[in-house]
Design a binder for this molecule. Sequence first.
Ligand code: SF4
Length: 294
Amino acid sequence: MEYSFSTFESLLEICNKENKKIYEIMQEKEAFDFEKTVQSVRDKTEKSLNAMKEAINNGLKSKEKSISGLCGDDCYKLLEKYKRTGTIFGEVFEKITTYALATMEENLRMNRIVACPTAGSCGIVPAVIIALSEKYKSNKEEEINALITAGTIGYIISAKVAMAGAVAGCQAECGVASAMSAAAAVQIMRGNEKQKINAAALALKNILGLTCDPVSGLVEIPCVKRNVFLAIHAITAAELSLADIESKIPPDEIVDAMMQTGQLMSPLLKETSQGGLATTKSGILIKKRIINTQ
Ligand code: SF4
């Protein structure tokens, strides 16, 4: 079907008019635009899901450090902690936090991950979708629906803002991943289309201004742990949205604010590693240590 939308408002209008869900509209649009079948779009999505699961499973079993030696064993440490004392938030929290770490650590080991939307934010969407699918015993088709929903959110945001820390800071990477995950979480928890978009809006709105200041220019500090925090952030947004707590600022205006915030952000805080955490005393020491060991 020939659908055209580049805003959340127009997407919701189409969903209401056609009485279809976000993923249905998106998979039909993708099939039409690229002259494929809906089934082939879903098959491709399933491949991404399988790669996400593989990265999680591999990451959960490894404590191999990255080449820099900075990161790589946090997932192992967290799993050990949960074995000893569990968590006050329960099994889903354990899964989301460890799945996000597992995926990000696979990324820094240079193993296969799915960039969603970027490699630096690759832990958030898989952690949320897979952990919630396990909780709600979702089948393969439901997981695919959730991932297409997440992708649709990213698609709309990317119509206005390039998803790169160098362009708009980490709000455009981990922030967008969190918004994508929030909508996917609502899809899995069977919310309506408005709630899915509102969840994405709530997640994005509450992460505006997040800088990109990786220590030594590596996608490790703060990126790895940031994925864990923003995966949980997505669940908060989903829960609020499922309670019909609405963002008072409409979703499309939040994307506009994100774009403006990215433009106003100093280049020192946009992936150049010339400000923020990268230029703290410890950030500089870490960088020197890495250079000296090369
Ligand atoms: S801090 Fe920068 S490099 Fe790291 S995940 Fe965020 S945008 Fe990517």
